[in-house]
Design a protein around this ligand. Sequence first.
Ligand SMILES: C[S@@+](CC[C@H](N)C(=O)[O-])C[C@H]1O[C@@H](n2cnc3c(N)ncnc32)[C@H](O)[C@@H]1O
Length: 587
Amino acid sequence: MSVTASPTATPPPKRVRNDALIAPTDEEAALNAASAPSSSNPAPRQQQQRKNNAPQGKGKRKRNRRILPDPYSPGDILYHDVVDFLGKEYTDAVLAKGDDSEWDAPEGLERFAEIELTVGAMTVSGESLSLYEKDGKKWAIVVPFAHPKDKIRAKLIQNQRFHTTADLVEIVEYCDDLRGGEGDRRKNPEAGCKYFGECGGCQLQPVPYAIQLKHKQRTVDLAYKRYANLDASKVPEILPTIASPKQWAYRTKITPHFDAVPKWVKAQEAAQQAGADAEAESTNTEQRTWTCKIGFDRKGMPGVLDIEECPIATDVLNAKMGPERQRIKETISTFKRGATLLLRDSLPAPDPVPSKEQPFDVKTFDASTPHIAVTNHKEAVYEKVGDYLFSFSAGSFFQNNNSILIPLTDYVKEAIFPPGSTAKRPTHLVDTYCGSGLFGITLSSEFERIAGVDVSPEGIAAAGKNAGMNGLLDKTTWLCGKAEDIFGGLAEKGFGGDHSCIVIDPPRKGCDTPFLEQFLNFKPLTAVYVSCNVHTQARDIGWLISESEVRGAGKWRYELESLRGFDLFPQTAHVESVGVLRLVGTN
Ligand SMILES: C[S@@+](CC[C@H](N)C(=O)[O-])C[C@H]1O[C@@H](n2cnc3c(N)ncnc32)[C@H](O)[C@@H]1O
Protein backbone atom coordinates (compact mmCIF):
# COMPACT_ATOMS: atom_id res chain seq x y z
CA MET A 1 0.00 0.00 0.00
CA SER A 2 1.30 3.43 -0.87
CA VAL A 3 -0.32 6.69 0.20
CA THR A 4 0.57 10.33 -0.50
CA ALA A 5 0.30 13.23 1.92
CA SER A 6 1.43 16.79 2.41
CA PRO A 7 4.99 17.09 3.77
CA THR A 8 3.76 18.61 7.02
CA ALA A 9 1.28 15.84 7.74
CA THR A 10 3.62 13.92 10.02
CA PRO A 11 6.67 14.98 12.03
CA PRO A 12 10.11 13.81 10.89
CA PRO A 13 11.20 10.55 12.50
CA LYS A 14 12.79 11.05 15.89
CA ARG A 15 15.84 9.17 17.07
CA VAL A 16 15.16 6.67 19.76
CA ARG A 17 16.54 7.90 23.07
CA ASN A 18 18.73 5.25 24.63
CA ASP A 19 17.77 5.44 28.30
CA ALA A 20 20.17 2.67 29.09
CA LEU A 21 23.02 5.08 28.53
CA ILE A 22 21.90 8.14 30.39
CA ALA A 23 24.36 9.53 32.92
CA PRO A 24 24.47 8.22 36.53
CA THR A 25 24.02 9.81 39.95
CA ASP A 26 27.10 10.56 42.02
CA GLU A 27 26.51 7.37 43.98
CA GLU A 28 25.99 5.43 40.79
CA ALA A 29 29.13 6.93 39.30
CA ALA A 30 31.09 5.57 42.22
CA LEU A 31 29.39 2.21 41.74
CA ASN A 32 30.17 2.13 38.07
CA ALA A 33 33.79 2.96 38.78
CA ALA A 34 33.82 -0.26 40.75
CA SER A 35 32.14 -2.17 37.97
CA ALA A 36 34.80 -1.37 35.40
CA PRO A 37 36.92 -4.44 34.53
CA SER A 38 38.77 -5.31 37.67
CA SER A 39 39.26 -8.35 39.81
CA SER A 40 38.18 -6.29 42.85
CA ASN A 41 34.57 -5.86 41.67
CA PRO A 42 31.89 -6.35 44.30
CA ALA A 43 29.75 -9.42 43.61
CA PRO A 44 27.41 -8.47 40.72
CA ARG A 45 24.31 -9.48 42.66
CA GLN A 46 25.32 -6.93 45.34
CA GLN A 47 25.92 -4.25 42.74
CA GLN A 48 22.37 -4.52 41.50
CA GLN A 49 21.05 -4.23 45.06
CA ARG A 50 23.17 -1.17 45.79
CA LYS A 51 22.05 0.52 42.61
CA ASN A 52 18.40 0.03 43.46
CA ASN A 53 19.02 1.45 46.94
CA ALA A 54 20.66 4.64 45.67
CA PRO A 55 19.36 7.58 47.73
CA GLN A 56 16.92 9.99 46.10
CA GLY A 57 16.34 13.70 46.79
CA LYS A 58 19.07 16.33 46.33
CA GLY A 59 20.15 16.65 42.72
CA LYS A 60 17.19 14.55 41.58
CA ARG A 61 16.94 16.17 38.17
CA LYS A 62 20.50 15.27 37.37
CA ARG A 63 20.01 11.78 38.77
CA ASN A 64 16.99 11.21 36.57
CA ARG A 65 19.03 12.12 33.53
CA ARG A 66 21.92 9.88 34.47
CA ILE A 67 20.82 6.33 35.00
CA LEU A 68 23.40 3.59 34.89
CA PRO A 69 22.84 0.85 32.35
CA ASP A 70 21.66 -2.36 33.96
CA PRO A 71 24.50 -4.75 34.70
CA TYR A 72 24.96 -7.27 31.84
CA SER A 73 22.83 -5.10 29.49
CA PRO A 74 24.23 -4.07 26.06
CA GLY A 75 24.86 -0.58 27.49
CA ASP A 76 26.89 -2.01 30.38
CA ILE A 77 28.90 -4.26 28.07
CA LEU A 78 29.64 -1.29 25.79
CA TYR A 79 30.75 0.74 28.82
CA HIS A 80 33.28 -1.98 29.66
CA ASP A 81 34.47 -1.92 26.03
CA VAL A 82 34.94 1.85 26.23
CA VAL A 83 36.84 1.66 29.52
CA ASP A 84 39.13 -1.07 28.16
CA PHE A 85 39.70 1.01 25.01
CA LEU A 86 40.56 4.24 26.83
CA GLY A 87 42.53 2.41 29.51
CA LYS A 88 41.24 1.69 32.99
CA GLU A 89 43.98 3.75 34.62
CA TYR A 90 42.81 6.76 32.65
CA THR A 91 39.08 6.29 33.34
CA ASP A 92 39.72 5.57 37.03
CA ALA A 93 41.70 8.79 37.31
CA VAL A 94 38.86 10.79 35.72
CA LEU A 95 36.25 9.12 37.94
CA ALA A 96 38.36 9.76 41.03
CA LYS A 97 38.06 13.52 40.43
CA GLY A 98 34.37 13.16 41.23
CA ASP A 99 33.45 16.16 39.08
CA ASP A 100 31.28 14.32 36.52
CA SER A 101 33.72 15.24 33.75
CA GLU A 102 33.38 11.69 32.39
CA TRP A 103 30.09 12.92 30.96
CA ASP A 104 31.49 16.02 29.28
CA ALA A 105 32.68 15.34 25.76
CA PRO A 106 35.78 17.26 24.67
CA GLU A 107 35.37 20.31 22.49
CA GLY A 108 34.65 19.54 18.82
CA LEU A 109 32.11 16.78 19.51
CA GLU A 110 28.94 18.81 19.18
CA ARG A 111 25.76 16.95 18.25
CA PHE A 112 25.36 16.28 14.51
CA ALA A 113 28.91 17.45 13.79
CA GLU A 114 30.68 15.33 11.18
CA ILE A 115 34.24 14.29 11.96
CA GLU A 116 36.89 12.05 10.45
CA LEU A 117 38.26 9.23 12.57
CA THR A 118 40.56 6.23 12.38
CA VAL A 119 38.99 3.17 13.94
CA GLY A 120 41.04 1.65 16.77
CA ALA A 121 39.08 -1.40 17.94
CA MET A 122 35.85 -3.40 17.75
CA THR A 123 33.31 -3.69 20.55
CA VAL A 124 31.91 -7.01 21.72
CA SER A 125 28.76 -6.25 19.72
CA GLY A 126 30.78 -5.64 16.53
CA GLU A 127 30.75 -1.82 16.40
CA SER A 128 33.85 0.30 15.89
CA LEU A 129 35.67 2.32 18.56
CA SER A 130 37.75 5.36 17.58
CA LEU A 131 39.85 7.54 19.84
CA TYR A 132 39.31 11.31 20.01
CA GLU A 133 41.82 13.30 22.04
CA LYS A 134 41.65 16.99 22.88
CA ASP A 135 43.31 19.06 25.60
CA GLY A 136 44.52 15.95 27.40
CA LYS A 137 41.05 14.40 27.42
CA LYS A 138 40.51 10.96 25.87
CA TRP A 139 37.13 10.03 24.46
CA ALA A 140 35.71 7.10 22.46
CA ILE A 141 33.45 7.38 19.40
CA VAL A 142 31.23 4.36 18.74
CA VAL A 143 30.22 3.89 15.09
CA PRO A 144 28.49 0.88 13.51
CA PHE A 145 29.55 -0.90 10.30
CA ALA A 146 33.21 0.16 10.42
CA HIS A 147 36.30 -1.89 11.24
CA PRO A 148 39.69 -1.43 12.89
CA LYS A 149 42.10 0.77 10.92
CA ASP A 150 39.32 2.09 8.64
CA LYS A 151 39.35 5.84 8.06
CA ILE A 152 35.76 6.95 8.43
CA ARG A 153 33.51 9.99 8.44
CA ALA A 154 30.91 9.87 11.24
CA LYS A 155 28.01 12.04 12.30
CA LEU A 156 27.85 12.48 16.07
CA ILE A 157 24.55 11.62 17.69
CA GLN A 158 24.68 11.45 21.46
CA ASN A 159 27.30 12.07 24.11
CA GLN A 160 27.44 9.43 26.81
CA ARG A 161 29.78 8.54 29.62
CA PHE A 162 33.33 8.59 28.20
CA HIS A 163 31.97 8.12 24.69
CA THR A 164 29.78 9.45 21.88
CA THR A 165 27.58 7.35 19.64
CA ALA A 166 27.62 8.27 15.96
CA ASP A 167 26.27 7.22 12.57
CA LEU A 168 28.60 6.12 9.81
CA VAL A 169 28.52 8.67 6.97
CA GLU A 170 31.15 7.01 4.79
CA ILE A 171 34.23 4.86 4.88
CA VAL A 172 36.92 7.14 3.48
CA GLU A 173 39.57 4.42 3.37
CA TYR A 174 38.91 0.71 3.91
CA CYS A 175 41.28 -1.47 5.86
CA ASP A 176 40.97 -5.09 4.84
CA ASP A 177 42.42 -6.58 8.04
CA LEU A 178 38.95 -7.63 9.30
CA ARG A 179 37.23 -7.80 5.93
CA GLY A 180 37.10 -9.99 2.88
CA GLY A 181 34.68 -12.54 4.34
CA GLU A 182 31.96 -14.12 2.25
CA GLY A 183 29.58 -11.35 3.34
CA ASP A 184 31.87 -8.53 2.22
CA ARG A 185 29.90 -7.27 -0.77
CA ARG A 186 32.78 -5.19 -2.08
CA LYS A 187 34.66 -8.45 -2.67
CA ASN A 188 31.76 -10.83 -3.24
CA PRO A 189 28.96 -8.78 -4.80
CA GLU A 190 26.62 -11.76 -5.05
CA ALA A 191 27.18 -13.04 -1.52
CA GLY A 192 26.22 -11.65 1.85
CA CYS A 193 23.31 -9.35 2.44
CA LYS A 194 22.20 -6.31 0.50
CA TYR A 195 20.88 -4.75 3.72
CA PHE A 196 24.24 -4.69 5.55
CA GLY A 197 24.83 -1.14 6.72
CA GLU A 198 21.18 -0.49 7.48
CA CYS A 199 19.78 -3.60 9.16
CA GLY A 200 20.40 -3.98 12.88
CA GLY A 201 20.94 -7.74 12.49
CA CYS A 202 24.26 -9.20 11.36
CA GLN A 203 27.11 -7.00 12.55
CA LEU A 204 29.99 -9.30 11.59
CA GLN A 205 29.02 -10.05 7.97
CA PRO A 206 32.12 -8.70 6.16
CA VAL A 207 34.45 -10.38 8.67
CA PRO A 208 36.03 -13.67 7.47
CA TYR A 209 34.43 -16.57 9.32
CA ALA A 210 37.63 -17.65 11.10
CA ILE A 211 37.94 -14.15 12.56
CA GLN A 212 34.26 -14.15 13.59
CA LEU A 213 35.01 -17.27 15.64
CA LYS A 214 38.05 -15.61 17.24
CA HIS A 215 35.96 -12.54 18.04
CA LYS A 216 33.48 -14.76 19.90
CA GLN A 217 36.29 -16.51 21.78
CA ARG A 218 37.43 -13.07 22.93
CA THR A 219 33.86 -12.19 23.92
CA VAL A 220 33.72 -15.23 26.23
CA ASP A 221 37.12 -14.29 27.67
CA LEU A 222 36.09 -10.68 28.30
CA ALA A 223 32.78 -11.71 29.86
CA TYR A 224 34.56 -13.81 32.49
CA LYS A 225 37.14 -11.08 33.16
CA ARG A 226 34.41 -8.50 33.59
CA TYR A 227 31.60 -10.34 35.30
CA ALA A 228 32.72 -13.61 36.94
CA ASN A 229 34.43 -11.93 39.88
CA LEU A 230 36.90 -14.82 39.97
CA ASP A 231 40.65 -14.90 40.30
CA ALA A 232 42.19 -15.48 36.84
CA SER A 233 43.64 -18.80 38.05
CA LYS A 234 40.11 -20.17 38.38
CA VAL A 235 39.07 -19.45 34.81
CA PRO A 236 40.48 -21.86 32.22
CA GLU A 237 41.83 -20.65 28.92
CA ILE A 238 38.88 -20.17 26.59
CA LEU A 239 38.83 -22.94 23.98
CA PRO A 240 38.34 -22.06 20.28
CA THR A 241 34.75 -21.42 19.24
CA ILE A 242 33.03 -24.36 17.56
CA ALA A 243 32.02 -23.33 14.04
CA SER A 244 28.51 -23.65 12.69
CA PRO A 245 28.32 -26.23 9.88
CA LYS A 246 26.10 -23.75 8.03
CA GLN A 247 27.18 -20.11 8.06
CA TRP A 248 24.39 -18.84 5.80
CA ALA A 249 20.81 -20.05 5.35
CA TYR A 250 20.91 -21.56 8.84
CA ARG A 251 18.23 -19.67 10.75
CA THR A 252 15.09 -21.75 11.19
CA LYS A 253 12.95 -18.95 12.60
CA ILE A 254 12.53 -15.33 11.56
CA THR A 255 10.09 -12.71 12.81
CA PRO A 256 9.77 -9.72 10.45
CA HIS A 257 7.49 -7.00 11.76
CA PHE A 258 5.55 -4.05 10.39
CA ASP A 259 3.78 -0.88 11.56
CA ALA A 260 0.08 -0.20 11.10
CA VAL A 261 -1.05 2.54 8.71
CA PRO A 262 -0.28 5.82 10.57
CA LYS A 263 -3.18 7.94 11.76
CA TRP A 264 -2.24 10.82 9.46
CA VAL A 265 -2.58 8.57 6.44
CA LYS A 266 -5.99 7.34 7.55
CA ALA A 267 -7.13 10.91 8.27
CA GLN A 268 -6.06 12.04 4.85
CA GLU A 269 -7.77 9.12 3.16
CA ALA A 270 -10.98 9.93 5.02
CA ALA A 271 -10.73 13.58 4.02
CA GLN A 272 -10.12 12.68 0.40
CA GLN A 273 -13.07 10.36 0.37
CA ALA A 274 -15.30 13.01 1.86
CA GLY A 275 -14.07 15.45 -0.78
CA ALA A 276 -13.71 18.03 2.00
CA ASP A 277 -10.14 18.95 1.24
CA ALA A 278 -10.46 19.28 -2.51
CA GLU A 279 -9.45 22.92 -2.56
CA ALA A 280 -6.59 22.54 -0.12
CA GLU A 281 -5.31 19.62 -2.07
CA SER A 282 -5.38 21.38 -5.38
CA THR A 283 -2.98 24.00 -3.97
CA ASN A 284 -0.73 21.41 -2.38
CA THR A 285 1.92 20.49 -4.92
CA GLU A 286 4.44 18.68 -2.68
CA GLN A 287 3.27 15.16 -1.91
CA ARG A 288 4.75 12.59 0.45
CA THR A 289 4.41 8.84 0.35
CA TRP A 290 3.87 6.27 3.04
CA THR A 291 4.82 2.72 2.23
CA CYS A 292 4.10 -0.41 4.18
CA LYS A 293 7.49 -1.78 5.27
CA ILE A 294 7.89 -5.33 6.52
CA GLY A 295 11.22 -6.36 7.95
CA PHE A 296 13.64 -5.81 10.79
CA ASP A 297 14.83 -2.93 12.99
CA ARG A 298 17.08 -0.35 11.37
CA LYS A 299 20.43 0.08 13.09
CA GLY A 300 20.34 3.15 15.34
CA MET A 301 17.18 4.51 13.73
CA PRO A 302 13.49 4.19 14.40
CA GLY A 303 11.18 2.52 11.90
CA VAL A 304 11.19 -0.74 10.03
CA LEU A 305 13.69 -1.62 7.32
CA ASP A 306 11.83 -3.26 4.43
CA ILE A 307 13.35 -6.73 3.91
CA GLU A 308 12.63 -8.98 0.95
CA GLU A 309 15.18 -11.63 1.82
CA CYS A 310 17.41 -12.61 4.71
CA PRO A 311 20.47 -14.66 3.70
CA ILE A 312 20.95 -16.16 7.15
CA ALA A 313 17.39 -17.60 7.08
CA THR A 314 16.80 -21.03 5.53
CA ASP A 315 15.75 -21.23 1.87
CA VAL A 316 12.23 -22.34 2.70
CA LEU A 317 11.71 -19.28 4.91
CA ASN A 318 13.02 -16.95 2.21
CA ALA A 319 10.68 -18.55 -0.30
CA LYS A 320 7.75 -17.93 2.06
CA MET A 321 8.72 -14.31 2.68
CA GLY A 322 7.32 -13.06 -0.65
CA PRO A 323 3.78 -14.47 -0.24
CA GLU A 324 3.66 -13.40 3.41
CA ARG A 325 4.71 -9.84 2.54
CA GLN A 326 2.12 -9.73 -0.21
CA ARG A 327 -0.62 -10.94 2.17
CA ILE A 328 0.21 -8.20 4.69
CA LYS A 329 0.43 -5.45 2.05
CA GLU A 330 -3.00 -6.39 0.76
CA THR A 331 -4.57 -6.35 4.22
CA ILE A 332 -2.53 -3.67 6.00
CA SER A 333 -5.51 -1.34 6.41
CA THR A 334 -7.23 -3.95 8.61
CA PHE A 335 -4.45 -3.84 11.22
CA LYS A 336 -5.13 -1.48 14.15
CA ARG A 337 -1.58 -1.92 15.42
CA GLY A 338 1.70 -3.12 13.99
CA ALA A 339 2.42 -6.83 14.30
CA THR A 340 5.11 -9.45 14.00
CA LEU A 341 5.08 -12.28 11.50
CA LEU A 342 6.40 -15.72 12.33
CA LEU A 343 8.13 -17.91 9.74
CA ARG A 344 9.41 -21.24 11.03
CA ASP A 345 11.22 -23.96 9.14
CA SER A 346 9.74 -27.42 9.71
CA LEU A 347 9.76 -30.95 8.42
CA PRO A 348 6.31 -31.90 7.15
CA ALA A 349 4.24 -33.59 9.86
CA PRO A 350 5.05 -37.32 9.79
CA ASP A 351 2.16 -39.59 8.86
CA PRO A 352 1.40 -41.21 11.19
CA VAL A 353 2.93 -39.05 13.94
CA PRO A 354 5.26 -41.27 16.03
CA SER A 355 3.86 -42.25 19.41
CA LYS A 356 4.77 -44.11 22.58
CA GLU A 357 3.54 -47.31 20.90
CA GLN A 358 5.28 -46.61 17.60
CA PRO A 359 8.28 -44.37 18.39
CA PHE A 360 10.29 -42.44 15.83
CA ASP A 361 12.77 -44.65 14.02
CA VAL A 362 15.53 -42.70 12.35
CA LYS A 363 16.18 -45.65 9.98
CA THR A 364 12.81 -45.14 8.31
CA PHE A 365 13.26 -41.38 8.07
CA ASP A 366 13.66 -39.93 4.59
CA ALA A 367 16.31 -37.22 5.01
CA SER A 368 15.51 -35.75 1.59
CA THR A 369 11.97 -34.76 2.66
CA PRO A 370 11.55 -31.10 1.60
CA HIS A 371 10.94 -28.71 4.47
CA ILE A 372 7.94 -26.41 4.81
CA ALA A 373 7.47 -22.93 6.32
CA VAL A 374 4.98 -22.69 9.19
CA THR A 375 3.43 -19.29 9.98
CA ASN A 376 0.78 -20.14 12.58
CA HIS A 377 2.14 -19.77 16.16
CA LYS A 378 0.08 -22.72 17.37
CA GLU A 379 0.89 -25.14 14.57
CA ALA A 380 3.25 -28.02 15.33
CA VAL A 381 6.79 -27.76 13.97
CA TYR A 382 8.98 -30.87 13.48
CA GLU A 383 12.78 -30.94 13.63
CA LYS A 384 15.17 -33.84 13.66
CA VAL A 385 18.31 -33.78 15.82
CA GLY A 386 20.52 -36.82 15.31
CA ASP A 387 18.44 -39.92 15.94
CA TYR A 388 15.59 -38.01 17.59
CA LEU A 389 12.51 -36.20 16.35
CA PHE A 390 11.26 -33.06 18.10
CA SER A 391 7.95 -31.31 17.88
CA PHE A 392 6.85 -28.03 19.46
CA SER A 393 4.44 -25.25 18.63
CA ALA A 394 5.82 -22.78 16.10
CA GLY A 395 5.62 -19.87 18.55
CA SER A 396 7.58 -21.55 21.34
CA PHE A 397 11.31 -21.75 21.99
CA PHE A 398 13.61 -24.07 20.06
CA GLN A 399 17.27 -23.44 19.11
CA ASN A 400 17.30 -21.54 15.81
CA ASN A 401 20.26 -23.18 14.09
CA ASN A 402 19.55 -26.88 13.51
CA SER A 403 22.88 -27.41 11.72
CA ILE A 404 24.90 -27.12 14.94
CA LEU A 405 22.64 -29.06 17.30
CA ILE A 406 24.38 -32.43 16.89
CA PRO A 407 27.86 -30.94 17.60
CA LEU A 408 26.38 -29.04 20.56
CA THR A 409 24.52 -31.94 22.17
CA ASP A 410 27.44 -34.34 21.50
CA TYR A 411 29.78 -31.87 23.17
CA VAL A 412 27.56 -31.69 26.27
CA LYS A 413 27.52 -35.50 26.36
CA GLU A 414 31.34 -35.69 26.15
CA ALA A 415 31.69 -33.02 28.80
CA ILE A 416 29.66 -35.18 31.18
CA PHE A 417 31.47 -38.38 30.21
CA PRO A 418 35.01 -37.31 29.25
CA PRO A 419 36.64 -40.04 27.15
CA GLY A 420 39.11 -42.06 29.21
CA SER A 421 37.92 -40.65 32.54
CA THR A 422 37.94 -42.98 35.53
CA ALA A 423 35.67 -40.65 37.55
CA LYS A 424 32.30 -41.89 38.77
CA ARG A 425 29.75 -41.87 35.92
CA PRO A 426 26.46 -40.14 36.64
CA THR A 427 23.41 -42.29 35.93
CA HIS A 428 20.76 -39.56 36.30
CA LEU A 429 20.36 -36.31 34.36
CA VAL A 430 18.51 -33.19 35.49
CA ASP A 431 17.65 -31.03 32.45
CA THR A 432 16.88 -27.58 33.85
CA TYR A 433 15.27 -24.88 31.66
CA CYS A 434 14.57 -27.86 29.42
CA GLY A 435 12.15 -26.29 26.89
CA SER A 436 10.87 -29.13 24.72
CA GLY A 437 13.53 -31.51 26.06
CA LEU A 438 16.45 -30.99 23.66
CA PHE A 439 19.25 -32.01 26.03
CA GLY A 440 17.32 -34.57 28.11
CA ILE A 441 16.20 -36.43 25.00
CA THR A 442 19.39 -36.27 22.90
CA LEU A 443 21.48 -37.43 25.90
CA SER A 444 18.96 -40.05 27.04
CA SER A 445 20.88 -43.11 25.85
CA GLU A 446 23.57 -42.44 28.48
CA PHE A 447 21.25 -42.27 31.50
CA GLU A 448 18.95 -44.48 33.54
CA ARG A 449 16.63 -41.60 34.37
CA ILE A 450 16.04 -38.02 33.23
CA ALA A 451 14.06 -35.25 34.95
CA GLY A 452 13.34 -31.96 33.16
CA VAL A 453 11.87 -28.67 34.35
CA ASP A 454 10.65 -25.59 32.51
CA VAL A 455 8.41 -22.71 33.48
CA SER A 456 6.54 -22.80 30.17
CA PRO A 457 3.51 -25.12 30.11
CA GLU A 458 3.83 -25.30 26.31
CA GLY A 459 7.49 -26.29 26.58
CA ILE A 460 6.79 -28.99 29.14
CA ALA A 461 3.85 -30.37 27.14
CA ALA A 462 6.18 -30.58 24.12
CA ALA A 463 8.92 -32.27 26.19
CA GLY A 464 6.45 -34.94 27.33
CA LYS A 465 5.20 -35.43 23.78
CA ASN A 466 8.77 -35.63 22.45
CA ALA A 467 9.73 -38.19 25.10
CA GLY A 468 6.72 -40.26 23.95
CA MET A 469 7.54 -39.87 20.24
CA ASN A 470 11.09 -41.06 20.88
CA GLY A 471 10.10 -43.99 23.10
CA LEU A 472 11.46 -42.41 26.30
CA LEU A 473 8.36 -42.00 28.46
CA ASP A 474 9.42 -44.69 30.89
CA LYS A 475 12.66 -43.07 31.91
CA THR A 476 11.73 -39.35 31.82
CA THR A 477 9.74 -36.97 34.05
CA TRP A 478 8.88 -33.41 33.04
CA LEU A 479 7.88 -30.78 35.58
CA CYS A 480 6.25 -27.43 34.81
CA GLY A 481 7.59 -24.85 37.25
CA LYS A 482 10.53 -22.65 38.13
CA ALA A 483 13.89 -24.34 37.69
CA GLU A 484 14.49 -24.49 41.46
CA ASP A 485 11.19 -26.34 41.96
CA ILE A 486 12.75 -29.48 40.53
CA PHE A 487 15.01 -30.04 43.53
CA GLY A 488 12.14 -30.61 46.01
CA GLY A 489 10.99 -33.80 44.26
CA LEU A 490 14.27 -35.29 43.07
CA ALA A 491 15.11 -37.52 46.06
CA GLU A 492 11.80 -39.39 45.93
CA LYS A 493 12.39 -40.07 42.21
CA GLY A 494 15.75 -41.64 43.07
CA PHE A 495 17.91 -38.68 42.03
CA GLY A 496 20.82 -37.91 44.37
CA GLY A 497 23.62 -35.46 43.69
CA ASP A 498 26.19 -38.24 44.10
CA HIS A 499 25.00 -40.01 40.92
CA SER A 500 23.49 -37.08 38.94
CA CYS A 501 24.56 -34.36 36.59
CA ILE A 502 22.73 -31.18 35.57
CA VAL A 503 22.32 -29.31 32.31
CA ILE A 504 21.53 -25.62 32.87
CA ASP A 505 20.21 -23.65 29.86
CA PRO A 506 18.46 -20.53 31.15
CA PRO A 507 17.10 -17.52 29.24
CA ARG A 508 19.28 -14.42 28.73
CA LYS A 509 18.79 -13.14 32.26
CA GLY A 510 20.51 -16.22 33.65
CA CYS A 511 19.62 -18.17 36.80
CA ASP A 512 17.76 -16.93 39.86
CA THR A 513 19.56 -17.07 43.21
CA PRO A 514 17.20 -19.76 44.70
CA PHE A 515 18.15 -22.05 41.82
CA LEU A 516 21.88 -21.56 42.38
CA GLU A 517 21.47 -22.05 46.14
CA GLN A 518 19.64 -25.32 45.64
CA PHE A 519 22.11 -26.47 43.03
CA LEU A 520 24.82 -26.29 45.70
CA ASN A 521 22.64 -28.17 48.18
CA PHE A 522 22.02 -30.91 45.59
CA LYS A 523 25.74 -31.06 44.67
CA PRO A 524 25.70 -32.90 41.32
CA LEU A 525 28.88 -34.57 40.03
CA THR A 526 28.96 -32.37 36.92
CA ALA A 527 27.04 -29.43 35.50
CA VAL A 528 27.09 -28.15 31.94
CA TYR A 529 25.87 -24.56 31.74
CA VAL A 530 24.78 -23.61 28.19
CA SER A 531 23.91 -19.95 27.66
CA CYS A 532 22.99 -17.47 24.96
CA ASN A 533 24.20 -14.69 27.29
CA VAL A 534 27.80 -15.30 28.32
CA HIS A 535 27.74 -12.24 30.60
CA THR A 536 25.04 -13.53 32.96
CA GLN A 537 26.59 -17.00 32.65
CA ALA A 538 29.90 -15.56 33.89
CA ARG A 539 28.10 -13.97 36.84
CA ASP A 540 26.31 -17.23 37.76
CA ILE A 541 29.30 -19.53 37.30
CA GLY A 542 31.52 -17.09 39.19
CA TRP A 543 29.07 -17.14 42.07
CA LEU A 544 28.81 -20.94 42.06
CA ILE A 545 32.60 -21.38 42.10
CA SER A 546 33.17 -18.85 44.90
CA GLU A 547 30.22 -19.96 46.99
CA SER A 548 31.13 -23.65 46.66
CA GLU A 549 34.54 -22.88 48.16
CA VAL A 550 32.88 -21.23 51.14
CA ARG A 551 30.37 -24.02 51.67
CA GLY A 552 32.77 -26.84 50.90
CA ALA A 553 35.23 -25.51 53.51
CA GLY A 554 38.16 -27.32 51.94
CA LYS A 555 36.28 -30.64 51.54
CA TRP A 556 34.58 -29.97 48.23
CA ARG A 557 34.17 -27.26 45.64
CA TYR A 558 33.27 -26.78 41.99
CA GLU A 559 35.92 -26.21 39.42
CA LEU A 560 35.32 -24.51 36.09
CA GLU A 561 36.90 -27.19 33.92
CA SER A 562 36.35 -25.75 30.45
CA LEU A 563 34.74 -22.86 28.63
CA ARG A 564 34.08 -22.31 24.95
CA GLY A 565 31.68 -20.69 22.56
CA PHE A 566 29.46 -22.41 20.00
CA ASP A 567 28.57 -20.36 16.96
CA LEU A 568 24.81 -20.74 16.86
CA PHE A 569 24.51 -17.30 15.23
CA PRO A 570 27.04 -16.84 12.36
CA GLN A 571 27.37 -13.31 10.92
CA THR A 572 26.03 -11.83 14.17
CA ALA A 573 28.06 -10.97 17.28
CA HIS A 574 26.07 -13.40 19.46
CA VAL A 575 27.71 -16.45 20.95
CA GLU A 576 26.37 -19.47 22.82
CA SER A 577 28.72 -20.23 25.67
CA VAL A 578 29.22 -23.66 27.25
CA GLY A 579 30.88 -23.95 30.67
CA VAL A 580 31.62 -27.29 32.33
CA LEU A 581 31.62 -27.44 36.14
CA ARG A 582 33.06 -30.45 37.92
CA LEU A 583 32.70 -31.34 41.58
CA VAL A 584 36.10 -31.75 43.21
CA GLY A 585 36.41 -33.52 46.59
CA THR A 586 33.89 -35.56 48.53
CA ASN A 587 30.25 -35.44 47.56
C1 LIG B 1 17.29 -20.82 26.27
S1 LIG B 1 15.80 -21.71 26.46
C2 LIG B 1 16.42 -23.35 26.54
C3 LIG B 1 15.43 -24.43 26.20
C4 LIG B 1 16.02 -25.81 25.93
N1 LIG B 1 17.06 -26.18 26.84
C5 LIG B 1 16.49 -25.93 24.50
O1 LIG B 1 17.71 -25.90 24.26
O2 LIG B 1 15.67 -26.04 23.59
C6 LIG B 1 15.39 -21.27 28.09
C7 LIG B 1 14.17 -21.93 28.66
O3 LIG B 1 14.03 -21.50 30.01
C8 LIG B 1 12.66 -21.44 30.32
N2 LIG B 1 12.58 -20.62 31.55
C9 LIG B 1 12.66 -19.28 31.68
N3 LIG B 1 12.64 -18.94 32.99
C10 LIG B 1 12.58 -20.10 33.70
C11 LIG B 1 12.56 -20.41 35.08
N4 LIG B 1 12.60 -19.46 36.01
N5 LIG B 1 12.49 -21.70 35.44
C12 LIG B 1 12.43 -22.68 34.50
N6 LIG B 1 12.44 -22.45 33.19
C13 LIG B 1 12.53 -21.18 32.78
C14 LIG B 1 12.01 -20.90 29.08
O4 LIG B 1 10.65 -21.26 29.03
C15 LIG B 1 12.85 -21.59 27.99
O5 LIG B 1 12.24 -22.78 27.57
